[in-house]
Design a protein around this ligand. Structure first.
Ligand SMILES: CC(=O)SCCNC(=O)CCNC(=O)[C@H](O)C(C)(C)COP(=O)(O)OP(=O)(O)OC[C@H]1O[C@@H](n2cnc3c(N)ncnc32)[C@H](O)[C@@H]1OP(=O)(O)O
Ligand SMILES: O=C([O-])CC(=O)C(=O)O
Length: 373
């Protein structure tokens, strides 16, 4: 039977959005009309979260007020606090985040409201809490004591400090902040779509984010960044080309390559490649960067595929000292800005999302009583 031409909803317009736009042929991405190349390295993640959730880039006073709101919104609430230790013992990072975000919802002061003002406050709290959840989870499973957050530190600096236990350099903070900016929103990607489907039933923001987290986890989506690092770690640095060709010959996918929308280089990968190279050179051991370059050349020569956002993000996070199994959680810290903005947008102009399906099963079967089957 021929595949349904819309299998995987390829090219189907499932929502209208003013948040981000992609030109897949030209390799362009913009957030609310700003080209990603103009934003990356120039705007902080907090400014981008504000832009997505509140509609415009903030001026200084607006950013100060938003930053204060984020600082106030960091506390997790008694239920998440009570369960954190047990969750860290029993659940993998993305599963733990799914549980913990659900639990923070129980103590959210706006939990019973989808009103626009309540959604804005919840969006800020979820954005502030996500890096704390990742850091607290990591500390709980390793037994580490988290350093106090410097009140002047932004999300990028505070997170790197808490995860690595050392004060990051100014350049490391800038690079990680740029990573957060680059991952913040991406039109109707699978996790954002999941969030919007949930929100469109008029369910609440925390439920939509739990749906998004479960969807980001998979290796065909956000989970690919962890798999890229695992692939690099498992390869002999002198046998990269052969290993890639063997994988392809076995019909395996190479994680971090290919994209549903980009038919050319993902503009985010351009920045991430550059930052990976810079960190690799500064580290004194650029093996993983050189291996990545070789993988890129072989995959392009064999399949004509370009790296996606997850490919060079992996080595950037590695060189920044982030544990490999926290790469996808780091993606969620950034994408929280986009997911919450999409929930706000969905609730503001809602219609239930309910596509059709093509029935391919049997018809007109005769029912038999159980003992005759
Ligand atoms: C943040 C993000 O979500 S970015 C994406 C992260 N995911 C990955 O990196 C996982 C690897 N990549 C992939 O699996 C895919 O490229 C996806 C999921 C990103 C896009 O999927 P789709 O648009 O459905 O493309 P699909 O999987 O149908 O691939 C089309 C063809 O290219 C091949 N292909 C696509 N990606 C890859 C890859 N990474 N390695 C090898 N072959 C690939 C497929 O095997 C298929 O070949 P065929 O037509 O001979 O069967
Ligand atoms: O858009 C997609 O399908 C996947 C992606 O790159 C993202 O979510 O950032």
């Amino acid at each position: 039977m021929a595949d349904n031409p819309t299998k995987g909803l390829a090219d189907v317009v499932a929502a209208s959005t003013a948040l981000s736009d992609i030109d897949g042929k030209a390799g362009r991405l913009s957030y609310r009309g700003y080209d990603i190349h103009d934003l990356a390295g120039r705007t902080s993640f907090e400014e981008i979260a504000y832009l997505l959730q509140r509609g415009a880039l903030p001026n200084r006073a607006q950013l100060d007020a938003y930053t204060a709101e984020l600082a106030e919104g960091r506390s997790l609430g008694p239920l998440a606090e009570a369960c954190l230790g047990a969750i860290a013992e029993r659940q993998e990072p993305m599963e733990a985040l799914r549980s913990l975000v659900s639990l923070t919802g129980a103590d959210d002061p706006d939990k019973n409201s989808n009103a626009p003002e309540a959604n804005l406050r919840k969006a800020a709290r979820l954005t502030a809490q996500q890096p704390i959840l990742v850091a607290r989870y990591h500390a709980a499973r390793t037994g580490a004591t988290l350093p106090e957050i410097d009140p002047e530190a932004g999300i990028a600096e505070a997170f790197l400090h808490q995860i690595t236990g050392r004060r990051p350099s100014q350049r490391e903070i800038e690079i990680f902040d740029t990573c957060l900016v680059l991952h913040a929103d991406h039109t109707m990607n699978a996790s954002t779509f999941a969030a919007r489907v949930c929100a469109a039933t008029l369910s609440d923001m925390h439920s939509a984010i739990v749906a998004a987290l479960g969807t980001l986890k998979g290796p065909l989506h956000g989970g690919a960044n962890e798999q890229v690092m695992r692939t690099l770690e498992a390869m002999d640095p002198r046998g990269v080309a052969r290993a890639v060709r063997e994988k392809l010959a076995r019909g395996e996918k190479i994680m971090g390559f290919g994209h549903r929308v980009y038919k050319t280089e993902d503009p985010r990968a351009t920045h991430l490649r550059r930052m990976s190279q810079e960190l690799a050179e500064a580290s004194g051991d650029d093996t993983y960067f050189r291996m990545s370059r070789e993988m890129e050349e072989v995959v392009f020569a064999e399949k004509g595929l370009y790296p996606n956002v997850d490919f060079y993000a992996a080595t950037v996070y590695h060189y920044l000292g982030i544990p490999t199994d926290l790469f996808t959680p780091v993606f969620s810290i950034s994408r929280m800005a986009g997911w919450t903005a999409h929930v706000i947008e969905q609730h503001a102009d809602n219609r239930l999302i309910r596509p059709d399906s093509e029935y391919v099963g049997e018809r007109d079967k005769k029912w038999l009583p159980i003992d005759e089957r």
